[in-house]
Design a protein around this ligand. Sequence first.
Ligand code: FAD
Length: 533
Amino acid sequence: MMTSRTPVLIAGGGPVGLALAIELGMAGIECTLVERRDGSLSVPKMSGLSVRSMELNRRWGIAEKVKRAGWPQTRPNDFLYCTSMIGPELTRVRIPPYVEKHPPFTPEPDCGCAQIFYDPLLLERVRTLPSVTLRHMTSLDSFEQDADSVRATVIDRRTGRSEIIEAAYLVGCDGADGAVATQIKLDYEGVGVFAESINIYFRSRELMELHDKGWARFFRFTDAGGTWGEIIGIDGQETWRLSVLRALPNHDTQAYMRRLAGRDFKYEVLSVMNWERRERVATRYRDGKRVFIAGDAAHQNSPTGGLGLHTGLQDALDIGWKLTAVLQGWGGERLLQSYEIERKPVAINNVRACTGEFDMLSQLPCGPEIEKVTPEGAALRKRWAEVFYASNHANMPMFTENLRLGYCYDPSPVVIFDGTPLIPFETKQFMPSARPGTRAPHAWLADGRSTIDLFGEGFVLLRLGAAPPSAASIAAAAETRRVPLTIVDIADEKIASLYERRLVLVRPDGHVAWRADDGPTNALALIDTVRGA
Ligand SMILES: Cc1cc2nc3c(=O)[nH]c(=O)nc-3n(C[C@H](O)[C@H](O)[C@H](O)COP(=O)(O)OP(=O)(O)OC[C@H]3O[C@@H](n4cnc5c(N)ncnc54)[C@H](O)[C@@H]3O)c2cc1C
């Protein structure tokens, strides 16, 4: 059988596999990505990219394209709750159009962009990276690993021929129930499947002419039978995706369409997808020394909350720089161990938050009179709004960035903590922090870049404020251990006070590894810890 070799084999060319290929490719690491399909995508799953996901798109040089490809930048992003498109409005949660979003804590606001538009941009970026080999219509069949390598059998689906790819590492980005997770017999924690759902992707010009509610990106429906579904705008013109929270067996597509509109209307169904709504996280993210999983292969959540891909992209970021460090010879085994230790708790928080939003929607009051223009109807709608606004959904943490940006890799064997308390992610306001383990905060630099633009290649040591301490011992230790390190001086006192210390060491993924007001007593020990020696 033909055998080829690659340092990293990525199984699955969904957004997480592509993101990992970009991370490795931008660092010049050779890798091969096998994807069983042809690379085209016709079903819009993910519809919104979080702030952190957009920051990663900025890092990869595709943020501008993503903004243009997605939901029209001048259209509101509101969530509108109603009994049906022609029925009474229950409430509207206003979320401004993209062009009016200017959060102070990021250079990249969150952005509506469906997966059918997003994945091709990732693919296009991958194709610019010479160290990445892309193999579509090729599926991972099985693999075995020993101390030195992984030997994977892949099948060319066009010819049916099998071949061996030998790799130093295999990363399973092959989605829920993927081949890697199945072969390593992964166990999961979490409630598992909690609803059967259905997505109906459709086109209709008429839909927005049926009512006088104006544009929103999300319409959610509560009628006599409860809160049952939502439609999400895909192209901002005529394409929409209906998601039914709990689909009935033998469901009737036409009945769902009539129910959402409140009457018959003209539409064309583009696709129907049945899927399981799950809350689960793999108990381990690694098998043996050489096999890892990332993205939906490792965790699955209800889309209520928009955190699935958000979590997966950051898995790719985390395992990407760690594999790069090891393959470049300066990263140690503890770096690879830290992947699961850092990422799994974040996934657990995220999947639970998504189930929390689903439960909140399921528990909103309903009754036959909810759509009626009667005093009883008005009273029920008032009660609906009271329950809604008293819920976590309206308060915390779904609509704050703490969940998405404020998480901290604590514990971690490759972060040196400084005794400052952990910020709970449930707080209402996002509080940027440079506590070790967190994403180093954004601030605008004098030259127009963001501080986060400084991070990506190797470690960065920030010397902050007017008279920062010398970085010489850390620079010497990094050189001794061949750890790539750039030293950046930032005199701006506002940025110094945001980072709270005069010396801040930031990892290639933009997370703080260490900070202090004075140089370390043992710089070699510091560098050895953060490189996972
Ligand atoms: C209805 C819905 C709405 C969502 N909305 C959002 C949202 O708004 N925001 C958000 O962040 N997330 C959202 N998500 C979640 C998001 O779509 C997923 O988290 C994301 O697609 C996961 O990416 P992935 O690359 O890990 O897996 P996938 O997208 O599943 O990709 C896995 C890839 O692996 C390939 N593959 C599988 N087996 C093999 C094999 N043996 N060999 C080779 N290739 C293989 C598959 O063909 C596929 O291309 C939503 C999900 C759904 C279902």
